[in-house]
Unconditional design. Structure first.
Length: 132
């Protein structure tokens, strides 16, 4: 039986770990789209739109979920990382609608920034430690 504050922290940690897994999936999908792993433009655009909607949903979930005081910093890191992926997804859609080397590079650069943020996020002890 957990105390209410411990239960709150554990619940948020579970959300954070689930979000981390979802961000990893989003990362792979954006990278696959930018690498042209889907042959036709329609398929690429459909995949990019699905990823955009997925990361938008993740971001909205993070905004709605209140973090316990001890995990406010973790929430800020999660939100920042999700926002970076949202921007990478948006730039990927822009590249598909206006294909140019410049737009492709912008999307790849933003994805690389999001990947760095995700790697830093995953160093958090709150994500790595086991439950009490």
């Amino acid at each position: 039986l957990l105390l209410p504050d411990v239960k709150s922290v554990e619940g948020y940690r579970r959300l954070a770990r689930d979000t981390d897994k979802e961000l990893r999936l989003v990362d792979g999908k954006i990278a696959a789209t930018l690498n042209g792993e889907v042959d036709d433009l329609f398929g690429q655009t459909r995949r990019a739109q699905e990823v955009f909607e997925q990361i938008l949903h993740i971001s909205e979930d993070l905004d709605r979920q209140e973090a316990p005081p001890a995990l406010v910093g973790l929430k800020e890191d999660l939100t920042r990382t999700a926002t970076s992926y949202l921007e990478a997804a948006r730039l990927t859609l822009r590249w598909l609608s206006i294909p140019s080397p410049e737009n492709a590079e912008l999307a790849r650069a933003r994805l690389a920034e999001a990947q760095v943020e995700l790697t830093e996020l995953e160093k958090s002890q709150w994500l790595r430690t086991t439950s009490p």
